[in-house]
Design a protein around this ligand. Structure first.
Ligand SMILES: C[S@@+](CC[C@H](N)C(=O)[O-])C[C@H]1O[C@@H](n2cnc3c(N)ncnc32)[C@H](O)[C@@H]1O
Length: 365
């Protein structure tokens, strides 16, 4: 048998295979409570940690090793402790905890083995776009009159993929929104005392509305999402004492009536990539029509460089969209800028203020 000619490439090959293994090792450690047990009880050996987590020591040892290899745990002389990544983001109950994002960001796991079929045109086993229940051109929730004042129904939060995802991404997107809203205020584009009007389309748990309302005491937000998700926005704004300055517009952003050219800030936060090229362009045009003269439209996405060469976050999130939606994918900065220009807006900003989320802001002259 011919020996491998390029051992370095074999190392890269195993890196590919082990990406999956490392991910599931970290997920298992999160579910077993390993990170919380180490944060509370301090560094520990396998037997003690197994006792703290209620796991079989010999089985846990394997998973702890997987975490050490993945960079979430450190191991010295058989004693495991939290690596900085786990200490910052994997200890449940602490402010930076991203366990839900870890679980939901890849989309439904059952879609991944079918990716090649999906790329040939088959529907993914579980289309998370379809979970949304409405797309451009579909009847969806069209025709429902807008509900400007009444909050959406309270009760149990919906247990579907999108609801779980927007809960999971909220802390990360709130950091992006706070940074950009802060910049717009510092530039004098959003007046601190002015009655700023915000339209938050596909708001999720409404990180953008939160960022604007908490920063600008006279601002008001019109918050849109699908019926399964809008209660999460209401809960988030209510928990922060901001709901009194919010109104709700339940239904598809392709169909619900929108304000006509009188919003100071319109936000499309991580919604375009689910809609495909034509849907995203149409959504940008619809959102742009709501922007007042002098107002801005913000598009946030994980955007590709114009030569498609990177960044990896946009390339891989694009792959995730291909696995779990029928029309979703990824766009370049240039494509987004083209849609904004076609909608009559002038580019103000196109950068990555809080990596890896790109922010493109355009203004209505
Ligand atoms: C990835 S989340 C982004 C949430 C939020 N804008 C943010 O930046 O964190 C996408 C959101 O779009 C919503 N969405 C999907 N299709 C929609 C539609 N046709 N009309 C309104 N909202 C929709 C989803 O329910 C979800 O809340």
């Amino acid at each position: 048998m011919t020996p491998p000619a390029a051992p370095a490439l074999l190392g890269q090959f195993w890196g590919l295979v082990n990406g999956l293994t490392g991910y599931f090792a970290v997920l298992a450690a999160d579910e077993l409570g390993v990170f919380g047990a180490l944060a509370e009880g301090g560094p520990a050996g396998v037997d003690e940690l197994a006792a703290r987590c209620g796991a079989v020591p010999s089985r846990l040892r394997a998973v702890l090793g997987g975490n050490a290899a993945a960079g979430t745990l450190e191991c010295r002389a058989g004693v495991f402790s939290l690596a900085p990544l786990a200490a910052a983001h994997l200890v449940a109950g602490q402010p930076g905890y991203l366990g839900p994002l870890l679980r939901h960001s890849p989309g439904p796991f059952e879609n991944w083995p079918e990716l090649a079929s999906t790329v040939r045109g088959a529907a993914p086993p579980r289309d998370v776009g379809r979970d949304a229940g409405a797309h451009a051109g579909e009847a969806g929730h069209a025709g429902e009159p807008p509900d400007a004042g009444e909050p959406p129904d309270a009760g149990e939060p919906p247990d579907d993929f999108l609801a779980a995802l927007v809960r999971a991404t909220f802390p990360v997107q709130l950091a992006v929104a706070r940074a950009v809203v802060g910049d717009l205020c510092d530039d004098g584009r959003l007046g601190e005392g002015a009655p700023v009007r915000v339209l938050d389309l596909g708001a999720g748990a409404a990180p953008w509305s939160v960022a604007v309302l908490e920063r600008l005491p006279a601002a008001r937000a019109l918050v849109n999402d699908l019926p399964a998700v809008l209660p999460l926005a209401r809960d988030e704004l209510a928990a922060r004492g901001l709901a009194a300055r919010a109104a709700w517009r339940e239904g598809s952003y392709f169909d619900v009536p929108l304000p006509d050219g009188d919003c100071d800030l319109v936000v499309l936060g991580h919604v375009c990539r689910a809609e495909g090229d034509d849907g995203a362009a149409a959504l940008v045009a619809r959102a742009a029509a709501a922007v007042a003269p002098g107002g801005s439209l913000v598009v946030t996405e994980y955007l590709l460089d114009d030569d498609l060469a990177g960044p990896a976050q946009a390339q891989l999130l694009g792959t995730t969209m291909a696995a779990s939606t029928q029309r979703g994918g990824t766009f370049t900065h240039a494509e987004v800028r083209r849609w904004l220009a076609a909608a009559g807006l002038e580019l103000e900003r196109d950068d990555v203020p809080v990596p890896p989320t790109a922010v493109v802001v355009a203004r209505r002259p």
